[in-house]
Design a protein around this ligand. Structure first.
Ligand code: ADP
Ligand code: MG
Ligand code: ZN
Length: 639
């Protein structure tokens, strides 16, 4: 990554500054200490007792009091007692008003002759002396002001120390914020396949960065914050870099998760630094990746930490402080818009939303083409077929498949990437690598064959299930075998019948084992299936409102912040029981339907298992003749 800022220089500069400050601080401490010594010496040198001012005033106003004379010098009162010729006591005036206002009244003022003499025998003579002791004043000032200065300097020194420590050891701020300047390999919209609507939205941003004047002249409000929202791996980061590449402006990026590992206060100062750098290099783009890591709802349960909150606040402050013509656009990416603090989405902040979606079939083909470009591929490699069977995959998954295909080809010693390498890469990415070395005894192979055949037969027979694409009993990843179903086309929605068929075909494996080997012989091989059933059934009830008794009702909690106190969930204890019952009902129904289908098609099940034991893997064309005689029993019909 291009790093525009020479780290060393910054670190040393800060070091020099802090050295100067340190010696200044040392001298100050010496001065303070000296001043303190002199002043105490000054006072104790004449051995006067210090008495409180209120006491002095009380005694001075008493006609029979013991004070003969009070000499006021600046803040100091020297008290000479009757019958003494030297002051033996001392007191200090405090800051609140004059001595007169505080009650030290000169009783003998305006008196003359005998009267004055008599008065002075009773009340003290009060003398105000010019404060000729310059050192005394200096000391007074020094003692009050210097500690303050020292404290201020000390704190700023500590702050700088912390900042420069971060600069060196943590690669703080300046050195960590990454800059993809024009010298970095440029990413443009050409590198981002598909996602046409998102690209269209962003073209406007690019245009603004290129010709800000055009917009200013028309008085258009320039967007400040653009939020890219979409599933992981859909190309949000790529898209943000492409915007910078298209506009040919510097790109400053930081990831929300990086803030999490920072010391207190560092997140906020990193944000400050990032923004100031971007402003200096305007027009430019600031990109905050995974912004949900710092900007999750402050009031959500578990709440944002204080540190995150500071970082988030700093982002908001910086964005609010932008001039309309600052020429800096802030982009951010998140997988979870619903989790973001609402303050972030207000006008003037991230008010532009661009949705980056999972690619459709034709987009998947485009992405595959981008990533297979420049790789030597056999003529028979069918990217269209691959695009077809990768419904639900993200751009990152597809990039991964392309890369795995090249790796597989290299490992197998091929000169070019074959169709088999591509298929292998797809399955590896989807499930995990084949484990041919894993030993399975004959009994286990037979169980696996029936298990997979069970999935296949149920899936094939049920009317709302996708067609079976491939069945294998070669272990892969953590599974003993795999049955692939092919989504015939991309769809945005699934209806309840399709979901119930998915549940039933997932149960097909376990039910086949039960049917063939007996209820006591069921194995651990179905745990993943059962987990999938549980998860899907739960989301059907809790998220989709598909329960028989909980139809059209869901229980949002996270978004609304609504939780009942007793359960800590957004529903009551009673509803929790209903939900559990609904989930059980769905999975019981699925198991029953799978069993009914298999019982009605036992001959097909046997035949398929036998073929699997013989060939291990069966493709669509080989499955077709075996499965075509299977029938849907009326009992398993839903509609
Ligand atoms: P996100 O930020 O949404 O999680 P990324 O931008 O990090 O996703 O994508 C990861 C990788 O996946 C990219 O580097 C790129 O190789 C690939 N990729 C994702 N989407 C696309 C796309 N639309 N076109 C081309 N490649 C893509
Ligand atoms: Mg990303
Ligand atoms: Zn299974």
């Amino acid at each position: 990554m291009a790093d525009k800022v020479p780290k060393k220089t910054i670190g040393q500069k800060n070091n020099n500054t802090s050295n100067t400050i340190r010696s200044m601080l040392f001298i100050l401490v010496l001065i303070c200490f000296g001043a303190f010594l002199i002043s105490t010496f000054n006072k104790s040198g004449t051995q006067k007792t210090e008495v409180p001012l209120s006491d002095v005033i009380r005694r001075a106003n008493d006609p029979n009091g013991d004070i003969a004379k009070i000499t006021v010098t600046g803040q100091n009162l020297d008290i000479t007692l009757k019958g003494k010729d030297q002051p033996t006591e001392t007191s200090r005036k405090d800051g609140s008003g004059t001595l007169y206002e505080q009650g030290l009244v000169n009783h003998c003022i305006d008196l003359e002759g005998e009267e004055l003499k008599k008065c002075e025998e009773q009340y003290p003579k009060i003398e105000y002396k010019e404060d000729s002791n310059v050192w005394g004043i200096v000391l007074d000032v020094a003692l009050t002001v210097l500690p303050l200065i020292a404290v201020v300097i000390f704190f700023s020194w500590v702050m700088r120390q912390a900042a420069s420590a971060n600069n060196q050891s943590m690669a703080f701020g300046k050195s960590r914020a990454r800059l993809y300047g024009p010298d970095k390999k440029k990413v443009t919209f050409k590198d981002v396949a598909g996602n046409e609507s998102a690209k269209q939205d962003l073209t406007e941003i690019v245009d603004f960065l290129k010709n800000p004047k055009k917009y200013e002249k028309l008085g258009a409000k320039i967007p400040r914050g653009v939020l890219l929202a979409g599933d992981p791996g859909t190309g949000k980061t790529l898209m943000a870099r492409a915007v910078a590449g298209e506009a040919d402006v510097p790109f400053f990026s930081i990831s929300g998760s990086e803030f999490a590992e920072m010391f207190v206060g560092v997140g906020a100062s990193r944000v400050r630094d990032l923004f100031s750098k971007a402003k200096k290099n305007a027009p430019s783009i600031i990109f905050i990746d995974e912004i949900d890591a710092v900007a999750h709802k402050r009031d959500a349960r578990g709440g944002a930490g204080r540190e995150d909150e500071q970082t988030l606040n700093q982002i908001l402050v910086e964005m609010d402080g932008f001039d309309n013509d600052s020429g800096v656009i802030v982009m951010a990416a998140t997988n979870r818009v619903d989790m973001l603090d609402k303050a972030l989405l207000r006008p003037g902040r991230f008010d532009r939303h661009v949705n980056v979606t999972l690619p459709e079939r034709k987009d998947r083909l485009e992405i595959l083409k981008v990533h297979f470009k420049g790789k030597p591929v056999d003529a028979n490699v069918d990217l269209e077929a691959l695009a077809k069977k990768t419904a639900g995959s993200s751009g990152a998954d597809l990039a991964n498949i392309a890369n795995e295909a090249a790796i597989t080809a290299a490992r197998e010693g091929h000169k070019t990437i074959s169709n088999h390498d591509v298929t292998e890469a797809f399955e590896r990415v989807a499930i995990g690598p084949e484990r041919k070395s894993k030993v399975m005894n004959e009994k286990e192979r037979k169980i696996t064959a029936y298990h997979e055949a069970g999935h296949a037969v149920v899936g094939h027979v049920l009317p709302d299930s996708d067609p079976v694409h491939k069945v294998t009993i070669i272990p892969r990843g953590s599974t003993g075998g795999v049955t692939w179903f092919l989504p015939p086309e991309d769809r945005s929605y699934k209806n309840i019948y399709e979901l119930k068929d998915i549940l039933a075909r997932a149960m097909g494996g376990r039910m086949a084992e039960k049917l063939i080997f007996g209820a006591d012989a069921i194995t651990t091989g179905a745990s993943a299936d059962l987990k999938n059933v549980a998860e899907l059934a739960k989301s059907m009830i809790v998220e989709e409102g598909m329960g028989a008794n909980l139809r059209n009702i869901v229980f949002p909690g996270e978004e609304t912040g609504y939780y009942t106190i007793t359960t800590g969930k957004p529903y009551s204890e009673k509803t929790a029981e209903v939900i559990d019952a609904e989930i059980k009902k769905l999975s019981d129904e699925a198991a029953k339907r799978a069993e009914d289908v298999l019982k009605a098609n036992k001959a097909v099940l046997d035949k398929l298992a036998e073929e699997l034991l013989a060939h291990e893997t069966l493709e669509e064309t080989e499955l077709e003749p075996i499965l075509k005689s299977a029938k849907l029993p009326t009992i398993a019909k839903l509609h």
